[in-house]
Design a protein. Structure first.
Length: 556
């Protein structure tokens, strides 16, 4: 068997291994942590005052490891994974995985209203990255991270199709990442079988059978309902950002312990009067879908639950945001359904689940397939229409900070985020660092009297996207790209470079500071700059990734 065959087989086996190991780890952790929460839940029910120390402990244990060891602030786990995915996927190691997992598990074990999929997702992403480094595979680290995330999600919810689609939909607001297609499919199928064999508790455990007949009225109502929840999703995300602003203000004026204390006391106070406002919310979701809550109780729980979710994620907790958005959507849908048509209140709750998850998380297919996998396919069309309507109404407004609109925005997006972080944490570095400090000092270039074929061979052999062009004295003239050359007919291969359309490119002096370099790159919407001296001689090249790698070391 030749080397190519072994590599190909490995790329099939590694996702299966990831699915099996992540499925086992996530399933057992989920079952164990749910059992622990059930003990605390009973204690809180018997003695409501215990909610205060439990919630404070939740915030403390969720925040402290991340602050101490990673020097970061806890947040939604999917967003943390997206940050690694878009900026530095190789840096997610077992240490960081363990810290994020402990943080997320501590959150919902002690009562924070966060989803258990958060711990499972980060566990899956970290374990899969370790498997890649141990066994070796040509599958990219980014794909491996998404494969592990999807496996963890599947293990918790027992929804392999939703987990698979999550790997494709989550990275971008309005685009699909196709690379994880095969590995995510293999891993989620394996993870599902493992969770099935272990018989871990399901998320939805009641049977729902009362659905309206699908007709034009139902279709129109579904679209209108989805649009309404799309606007509500926008309002919810804006509230989330408002709470984040308040939390940042408190951090500056007081301290992180004070932030935790204030957040814990607020959530504890709400939970003291409304117990359903805390915990993972699985019982609440099933009670809602069983129609076991009255109109006024639904109103009270909805306001309380939304408040504790907004406070928890911004004042110290970390975990999954998908399940909380599903639960809030179910409460909203059930409330609207009770007011509009009580007979089908549960049907509206299901539509609300899809619409809210789509609008907040910027996912179209995942909420739909999730509901179909856990409930059944009877309402496939209305749920899909509702999800699409909500998604398009709330299009660019999402909960995740590290979720660019599409692949084309990805590079500048990551650079912009690190730039903003540097301005807050270490602004002096932006003024102190020069182009000379971060540029590639031995740039690969081509003289303008060389041929197109020479340029093409250099770009191909060095795996470059762009190639600087200089004259015989080393003066920078511009650049040519691999895309441009690839579109030229072969008959032009003998033509000299100076007969082509050479793009000018953006140049900076060796003494230019990092702040100006980044701003010129962002304003010029380019991923590379060319460094020259005062005489115009090419001295180096700076790419987005050069800056991002430097800033990762300097400010994180």
């Amino acid at each position: 068997m030749n080397r190519l065959d072994i590599k190909g087989i490995k790329n099939w086996i590694i996702p299966l291994v990831i699915g099996a190991i992540v499925g086992l780890a996530a399933s057992l952790t989920y079952a164990g942590s749910l059992y622990v929460w059930s003990i605390f839940h009973v204690a809180i029910y018997r003695l409501p005052k215990l909610v205060f120390p439990f919630i404070l402990l939740s915030f403390l244990l969720s925040s402290l490891p991340v602050r101490m060891f990673l020097k970061r602030r806890p947040k939604d786990t999917f967003d943390s994974i997206l940050e690694y995915y878009h900026t530095n996927p190789n840096s997610l190691n077992l240490k960081e995985t363990l810290i994020y997992s402990i943080s997320s598990l501590s959150s919902y074990i002690f009562g924070s209203p966060v989803g258990p999929e958060g711990a499972a997702a980060v566990m899956g992403a970290g374990i899969s990255n370790k498997i890649k480094s141990v066994f070796g595979t040509s599958i990219s680290s980014q794909t491996i991270i998404l494969t592990g995330l999807a496996s963890g999600f599947t293990a918790i919810f027992k929804t392999p199709l939703s987990g698979f689609l999550l790997a494709l939909e989550l990275p971008y607001k309005g685009d699909l990442e196709k690379e994880p297609f095969l590995s995510a499919a293999l891993a989620t199928a394996t993870s599902y079988l493992v969770s099935l064999a272990l018989n871990t508790p399901p998320i939805i455990y009641i049977q729902i059978s009362k659905f309206p007949t699908i007709n034009i009225v139902v279709v129109v109502v579904s679209l209108i309902f989805g649009a309404i929840l799309g606007f509500i999703s926008i309002g919810f995300v804006k509230l989330y950002r408002g709470f984040n602003y308040v939390a940042n203000y408190l951090m500056k004026k007081a301290s992180f312990p004070i932030l935790i204390l204030i957040g814990g006391l607020m959530v504890g106070l709400i939970a003291y009067f409304e117990p359903y406002s805390v915990g993972p919310g699985i019982d609440l979701l099933n009670l809602t879908l069983a129609g076991g809550i009255g109109l006024y109780a639904i109103m009270a729980i909805l306001v309380a639950r939304a408040s504790t979710v907004l406070i928890s994620f911004n004042f110290g907790s970390s975990g999954g945001f998908f399940l909380p958005s599903i639960e809030i959507g179910a409460l909203l849908g059930y409330l609207i359904g009770t007011l509009v048509n009580p007979t089908y209140a549960i049907y509206y709750a299901l539509l609300g689940m899809a619409a809210m998850a789509a609008g907040v998380n910027k996912l179209v297919l995942v909420p739909v397939t999730f509901i179909l996998e856990v409930v059944g396919a009877q309402i496939a069309i209305p749920v899909l229409l509702t999800s699409i309507a909500s998604y398009f109404i709330s299009m660019n407004v999402g909960i995740y900070e590290y979720q660019p609109k599409n692949k084309l925005d990805k590079g500048n997006f990551a650079l912009e985020k690190f730039y903003a972080k540097a301005e807050k944490q270490n602004p002096e570095i932006l003024e102190a660092i020069r182009a000379l400090d971060i540029m590639n000092h031995n740039p690969i270039y081509i003289e303008h009297n060389k041929t197109v074929k020479d340029a093409y061979n250099i770009l191909k052999s060095k795996a470059l996207k762009v190639l600087p062009v200089v004259n015989t004295n080393g003066l920078f003239e511009g650049f040519i790209s691999i895309d441009y050359l690839a579109n030229l007919p072969t008959r032009t291969f003998t033509i000299a470079i100076n007969n082509l359309e050479i793009r000018k490119g953006i140049t900076v002096l060796e003494t230019e500071n990092l702040k100006n370099i980044i701003e010129r790159m962002l304003n010029g919407e380019t991923d590379h700059l060319f460094v020259i001296d005062k005489g115009g001689i090419l001295k180096g090249v700076i790419t987005e990734m050069d800056i991002i790698r430097y800033m990762i070391k300097s400010i994180t």
